[in-house]
Design a protein around this ligand. Structure first.
Ligand code: CDP
Ligand code: CDP
Length: 222
C-alpha cells in the first residue's frame, strides 16, 4: 500500500458517486477513477463481439485482452483499446448487461488488479461498488453514498432528458432496482458498506452539500 491519500466512494446507481467523486478529487488535487466505466467498457466490447453474459471463460479472456484507460478532464474520457467510448459505455444496452458481467469473478480479478495499480501511482478518489471492501480496504476515507430508488431514478431521468431521451420513470426505477439487487446479492464482492464506511443518504441533499460534508471530514484530519 502506498502513502498516497485514498478515498473510496461506494453505493448504488444514481446515488451521485461519480459527480461527487469528481468534485472531491478536483478540490483535493487527487486523481478520479470511475471503476464502473471499466466494467462498462468490458460489457460494450462483449456485446460487440457477441459474447454471451453466461460465458465466464470467454468474458474473462476478453477482459484480459482489453485495455481500458480513464483520461482525466472536465469529463473523464473512457478509452477502450485506443477508441473513445465515453458515450458508448452509457448506452441502455450496456446498462442492462453490465451487472451480469460484473458478477464474473475472473473479470473482477482482472479489473481489481488494474484499479489497485492505479491507486499506487497517485492519490485517488475511486468510486464503485467494492472499493472500500475489496479494492482499497485500507483507504484513508470510505464513504457509502445512497439515496432512495425513486430519487435516484428521477436524477437519472433528468440527466437523460438533457441528452434528448424520453424516459419512462417507472421503468427506469425498476431497472435501477434490478441492478441494485444483482449488485447486492452476487457471490463475489457484493455491494455492501464497508464496516468502517461513513454512510451518507443524499436523498434531498444537493451535490454541493455532499461534497462539502466529505471535504470537511477529510480536512478535519489535516
Ligand atoms: O453510474 P452507475 O452507478 O449507474 O453505474 P456504474 O458505477 O457505472 O457501474 C455500472 C455497473 O458496474 C454496476 O451496476 C455494477 O454492476 C458494476 N460495478 C461493479 O460491480 N463494481 C464496481 N467497482 C463498479 C461497477
Ligand atoms: O455515479 P452515480 O451513478 O452514483 O451517480 P451520478 O451519475 O453521479 O449522479 C446521477 C445524477 O444525479 C447526476 O445527473 C447528478 O447531477 C445528480 N445528482 C443530484 O441531483 N443530487 C445529488 N446529491 C447527486 C447527484
Amino acid at each position: 500500500m502506498s502513502n498516497h491519500k485514498t478515498i473510496a466512494i461506494d453505493g448504488p446507481a444514481g446515488a451521485g458517486k461519480s459527480t461527487v467523486a469528481r468534485m472531491v478529487a478536483q478540490k483535493l488535487g487527487l486523481l478520479y477513477i470511475d471503476t464502473g466505466a471499466m466494467y462498462r467498457a468490458i460489457t460494450l466490447k462483449a456485446l460487440r463481439e457477441g459474447i454471451r453474459t453466461d460465458n465466464p471463460a470467454a468474458l474473462t479472456e476478453l477482459a484480459g485482452r482489453t485495455n481500458v484507460e480513464l483520461v482525466a478532464g472536465s469529463k473523464q474520457q473512457v478509452i477502450m483499446d485506443g477508441e473513445d467510448v465515453t458515450e458508448a459505455v452509457r448506452y441502455p444496452e450496456v446498462c442492462l448487461n453490465v451487472s451480469k458481467i460484473a458478477q464474473i469473478s475472473g473479470v473482477r480479478a482482472i479489473l481489481v488488479e488494474q484499479q489497485r495499480r492505479l491507486a499506487e501511482k497517485s492519490g485517488v478518489v475511486m468510486d464503485g461498488r467494492d472499493i472500500g471492501t475489496v479494492v482499497l480496504p485500507r483507504a484513508n476515507y470510505k464513504f457509502f453514498l445512497t439515496a432512495s430508488p425513486e430519487e435516484r431514478a428521477r436524477r437519472r431521468a433528468s440527466e437523460l432528458a438533457t441528452k434528448g431521451y424520453t424516459i419512462d420513470i417507472e421503468k427506469l426505477t425498476r431497472e435501477i432496482q434490478e441492478r441494485d439487487y444483482t449488485d447486492s446479492h452476487r457471490a463475489v464482492s457484493p455491494l455492501v458498506p464497508a464496516a468502517d464506511a461513513i454512510v451518507i443518504d443524499s436523498s434531498g441533499l444537493g451535490i454541493e452539500s455532499v461534497v462539502n460534508m466529505m471535504i470537511d471530514l477529510v480536512e478535519k484530519d489535516k
